[in-house]
Write a protein that binds this ligand. Structure first.
Ligand SMILES: CC(C)(COP(=O)(O)OP(=O)(O)OC[C@H]1O[C@@H](n2cnc3c(N)ncnc32)[C@H](O)[C@@H]1OP(=O)(O)O)[C@@H](O)C(=O)NCCC(=O)NCCS
Length: 173
């Protein structure tokens, strides 16, 4: 399990309004503006259409929503990054983990909306996920990085497995 370095840093907010909207385990990510508040929530339900719009924005192919719903329901944890608005929070980031909840977890589908990229939010969301996994007692986390984001993970201390030595895939079609 890696410990992502501090990013200035994510924090547990003491604002009761944020707890009402995003749950008691939410984390606030630092931003450059007092008017922009971004909150990582493991408890706020994800609207599937909003998630599809986020995935569209980062260029991922669409998946049937009912299968996505089941995938989220079967995940160990699901995290949304919300642009805080007391009336209509907007989903600007997302990730989920599968796993046994004790020994191993695998992180999937990390996405930050392009309008919010390169501001430390991907790193902050990863830190929130790693801290949550540590709280759950999970001992090891893995992920599969697209080739163009390997550096992003390496900068945070993730170890690359040697090419083709341990990792194997099976695809149904
Ligand atoms: C990959 C992604 C999550 C990064 O999010 P982000 O909020 O832009 O990243 P951050 O701003 O937190 O970047 C943290 C650091 O990684 C660097 N970085 C960000 N994206 C990078 C990339 N694609 N390649 C290399 N370095 C990258 C940043 O420059 C920053 O460097 P610093 O530590 O010197 O400041 C985001 O670009 C994204 O959603 N991409 C599309 C979906 C995707 O590819 N997801 C990953 C699937 S494996």
């Amino acid at each position: 399990m890696v410990s992502s370095p501090a990013v200035g840093s994510i924090s547990a907010p003491d604002d009761p309004l944020l707890h009402d909207l995003y749950g008691s385990t939410c984390r606030e990510l630092p931003t450059a503006s007092d008017r922009l508040r971004l909150v990582a929530s493991f408890e706020r339900p994800i609207d599937l259409v909003e998630l599809e719009q986020l995935c569209d924005a980062v260029g991922w192919s669409r998946r049937p929503l009912r299968r996505v719903r089941r995938a989220l329901d079967n995940s160990l944890l699901v995290v949304g990054l919300w642009r805080h608005d007391p009336r209509v929070p907007r989903l600007v980031g997302f990730a989920r983990c599968t796993g046994d909840g004790v020994l191993d977890a695998t992180i999937w589908d990390l996405a930050i909306h392009p309008l919010y990229q390169r501001s430390g939010l991907g790193r902050g969301l990863m830190q929130a996920i790693v801290e949550r996994l540590q709280t759950l007692g999970v001992e090891r986390a893995t992920l599969f990085a697209d080739p163009d984001v390997i550096d992003f993970y390496q900068r945070q201390g993730w170890t690359l497995e040697p090419d083709g030595v341990r990792c194997a895939f099976w695809y149904s079609r």
